[in-house]
Ligand binder design. Structure first.
Ligand SMILES: NC(=O)c1ccc[n+]([C@@H]2O[C@H](COP(=O)([O-])OP(=O)(O)OC[C@H]3O[C@@H](n4cnc5c(N)ncnc54)[C@H](O)[C@@H]3O)[C@@H](O)[C@H]2O)c1
Ligand SMILES: O=P(O)(O)OC[C@H](O)CO
Length: 336
């Protein structure tokens, strides 16, 4: 049995706390908000996010960061990506040399274009940062529905340690050395999922969705491999796997926000209505900046940015994508 601290008591932090608890580990769940600590202690439930899912009494709930960190064999960091740097900075005084921090947040820092584990390592240089990602909605994991994810770490022993702590009859964990590819896949798929939601909101069909997923993974892979991620990772759970679930699932916050925009809401109205973090909105600009830096064409992500930040009509954005110059499907397969 391991001692674990989960930092962030939103839907994902809570679902992973349940997985660890069900695997027999000791779990302390931290929330930054006093009101949410009070409500969690009283209700033992996350109303509005994971309704009907009980949080067992054995899971300790706290607002004291030090209590959630000191002496833990593994920390899981599950706050929204925009809060990763500030949260890591607040954690830093309590983190021991070599203490393991598994990041489960999906994003790219807009100001530095760093992935989340790089941000954590900036703020807590003495920690051991790792990642856990893949097609995994909290709503399903918290109900024990079969799910598969991948644990990425700088060394094999760490990845296998994370695998052992999380793996269960319903939560299957693979390992990988490609942390960069895993994290970029998790962040970029959210931007494509906004596009898939927009298409749904416009009333387009399954053909459109399949096109966005297929051309979307091509854009994600182009950015990711230019930065040093592996194509194999984009073909795997944290790449195409997570893209499929996020573009298709009724649970997806990104797809839902896109849907609302396709129906005519502004970005802010859509985010307010979803009520949970819509990470694609934050990663969209970072993806554009990366594409400019590496001189990569990302037409879908570019149109999503225009809808989000330039008030472009979703219908016009789709039409512009359809009317781009004629292309060969795959530049690796040129006519001789
Ligand atoms: N929900 C999922 O199914 C799921 C699955 C995989 C990964 N993720 C990722 O996990 C991360 C968290 O998502 P979520 O769905 O749990 O979000 P959520 O909206 O359910 O909860 C976010 C939590 O962060 C807390 N928070 C807000 N501001 C904060 C701050 N300044 N400092 C610390 N905490 C703060 C909120 O109180 C809330 O508890 C995201 O990066 C998301 O992409 C989510
Ligand atoms: O609900 P979303 O769109 O934030 O996606 C959640 C997870 O990343 C799915 O794996």
């Amino acid at each position: 049995m391991a001692k674990t601290g989960v930092i962030g008591a939103g839907s994902w932090g809570t679902a992973l706390a349940l997985v660890l608890h069900q695997n027999g580990h000791e779990v302390t769940l931290w929330s930054h908000s006093e009101a949410s600590v009070k409500s969690l202690l009283k209700e033992r439930e996350l109303p509005g996010k994971l309704p009907g899912v009980k949080i067992p009494e054995e899971i300790q709930i706290t607002g004291d960061l030090e209590q959630a960190i000191r002496g833990m064999d593994m920390l899981v960091l599950a706050v929204p990506s925009a809060c990763i740097r500030s949260t890591a900075r607040n954690m830093s005084p309590f983190v021991a040399d070599g203490q393991l921090i598994v990041c489960v947040s999906k994003g790219i820092e807009e100001s530095t274009l760093k992935i989340m584990t790089e941000v954590i390592e900036d703020e807590i240089p003495n920690c051991r940062a790792a990642v856990l990602s893949g097609p995994s909605h909290a709503e399903e994991v918290s109900r024990g529905l079969p799910t598969t994810v991948v644990a990425g770490a700088h060394d094999r022993e760490t990845a296998e340690y994370i695998q052992n702590l999380f793996m269960s009859r319903v939560f299957r964990v693979y390992t990988s050395p490609d942390m960069l590819g895993i994290e970029l896949g998790g962040a970029l798929k959210n931007v494509i999922a906004l596009a898939a939601g927009i298409a749904d909101g416009l009333g387009y069909g399954d053909n459109t969705k399949a096109a966005l997923i297929t051309r979307g993974i091509a854009e994600m892979s182009r950015i990711g491999t230019a930065m040093g991620g592996r194509q194999e990772t984009f073909n795997g759970l944290s790449g195409i796997g997570d893209l499929i679930v996020t573009c298709a699932s009724v649970h997806s916050r990104n797809r839902k926000a896109g849907y609302l925009m396709g129906q005519g809401r502004s970005m802010q109205e859509a985010m307010d209505e979803v009520k949970m973090v819509v990470e694609g909105v934050y990663s969209a600009k970072a993806a554009m900046a990366l594409a400019r830096k590496y001189q990569i064409e990302i037409p879908i992500i570019e149109q999503v940015n225009k809808v989000l930040f330039e008030n472009k009509s979703p219908k016009e954005a789709v039409s512009e994508l359809m009317l781009r110059d004629k292309k060969i499907e795959n530049s690796q397969l040129p006519w001789e």
